[in-house]
Design a protein around this ligand. Structure first.
Ligand SMILES: Cc1cc2nc3c(=O)[nH]c(=O)nc-3n(C[C@H](O)[C@H](O)[C@H](O)COP(=O)(O)O)c2cc1C
Length: 158
């Protein structure tokens, strides 16, 4: 069966994922967006990847600065996921959030299950997205359960 846009989206949505917020900072500009296209890649050296839509503001900042931070969301953080995905008031996403800055200077989202501060080692042009392969400069995880995403709906482990 040929893969049209609707078929692509339906198949891609059948892959259950966690949910992250990827943030970046360039000069005095910061932005962050909800990202499910995230993966571990290598233990030695420690590499991860994220795929960013070329049209996103966050992509623009990552391309400029070469750094980003990934916050892996915990169960119950759907509102944050929706806030960082919505195009409405996208410049107010960080309002009221007590973020901390990691080694790269990019904001980490409070209440996350884990976070990783990354420096881009390679940017691969991939259609309407860019694949950022990046080295983990700092990372940590706390106890808790993940926020999951499957076919446009949030869920948990049980
Ligand atoms: C659950 C979920 C997962 C998403 N995953 C990605 C992703 O992997 N890559 C991406 O570029 N956008 C992804 N998006 C869409 C962006 O979060 C959205 O386009 C955002 O508004 C971009 O923000 P910006 O242009 O301000 O940077 C996802 C959205 C949702 C709700």
């Amino acid at each position: 069966m040929p893969v049209d846009a609707e078929g692509f989206k339906r198949v891609a949505a059948s892959w259950a994922t966690g949910v992250t917020i990827v943030t970046s900072r360039s000069g005095d500009r910061q932005q962050g967006m909800t990202v499910s296209a995230f993966s571990e890649v290598s233990l030695d050296p420690p590499l991860f990847l994220v795929c960013a839509d070329k049209s996103s503001i966050t992509n623009e900042l990552i391309a400029e600065s070469g750094v980003f931070s990934v916050s892996i969301l915990a169960r119950g953080q759907e509102d944050l996921s929706n806030r960082f995905a919505s195009k409405r008031e996208e410049h107010r996403r960080f309002e009221g959030l007590d973020c901390t800055d990691g080694a790269t200077g990019c904001p980490r989202v409070p209440g996350a299950l884990a976070w990783i501060d990354c420096s881009v080692t390679r940017a691969v042009d991939a259609g309407d997205h860019v694949i950022y392969l990046a080295r983990a400069e700092e990372a940590a995880a706390v106890d808790g359960e993940p926020l999951l995403y499957f076919r446009q709906a949030y869920g948990g482990l049980s």
